[in-house]
Design a protein around this ligand. Structure first.
Ligand code: CA
Length: 219
């Protein structure tokens, strides 16, 4: 799950980065509205976490722009403006949720998981395909009811494939879900993670679509 965080408060952004990565989200961070609009055009995040008080364009303008580009992209607004009027404006402008600063990080995480489920890729807290089960709330994977230990990137990769079962996932799409901008990656890192997953889950579960990417078949 790729989150775009639009927040000019760098201390808050650093704290959120750590918490969201620990939770298994991939995070790209921008510090103003102009960069946010560019980022949405180029990297298509799954969810946008948008601060309203930005140094250049007002967050609500950014939100309107987002809606003109992507109608279904979930947007969670962060703001210190705590008047009812601002809340209504935010929601009327097409925000999916609203969190007032200061907030507790577990609350943000809980709301992101709600948006994630609402995306339709994940209707339940668990995805089961064949004898492999992925528990999204607990970050656990089971093979024939036996727990399988997966490092974070392997878990995220498996989740991206299982959430989109039946649809080919391109290498670019998968890499964008695993790595933030500027994060060091070896050219074969995706193949290495796939190799490890196949060793742990059986070789037939993840299919290679040559020259394109990977696929997990629908149950
Ligand atoms: Ca701000």
């Amino acid at each position: 799950m790729l989150i775009l965080l639009v927040e000019d408060d760098r201390a808050l952004a650093e704290g959120l980065k750590t918490a969201l990565k620990r939770e298994g989200f991939t995070l790209n961070h921008v510090v103003n509205g102009k960069l946010a609009i560019e980022a949405i055009k180029t990297a298509t995040p799954d969810i946008v976490v948008l601060d309203l008080g930005l140094p250049d364009i007002d967050g609500l303008e950014v939100l309107k722009n987002v809606r003109s580009m992507a109608e279904v992209l979930p947007v969670l607004i962060l703001t210190a403006r705590d008047t009812l009027e601002d809340k209504v404006t935010g929601l009327n402008s097409g925000a999916d949720d609203y969190l007032l600063k200061p907030f507790e990080i577990p609350e943000l995480l809980a709301r992101l998981h709600v948006l994630e489920r609402r995306l339709g890729t994940t209707n339940t807290a668990a995805i089961c395909i064949g004898d492999i089960a992925l528990d999204i709330t607990r970050h656990e994977v089971f093979l024939a009811d036996q727990p399988v230990e997966l490092p974070r990137k392997e878990y995220m990769l498996l989740k991206a494939l299982m959430e989109n079962a039946g649809r080919i996932q391109t290498r670019e799409r998968l890499l964008s879900k695993l790595y933030s901008w500027g994060e060091e990656t070896a050219s074969n890192s995706l193949e290495v993670h796939i190799h490890h997953l196949r060793k742990k889950l059986g070789s037939g579960f993840i299919k290679t679509v040559h020259g394109v990417g990977y696929l997990v078949k629908k149950p």
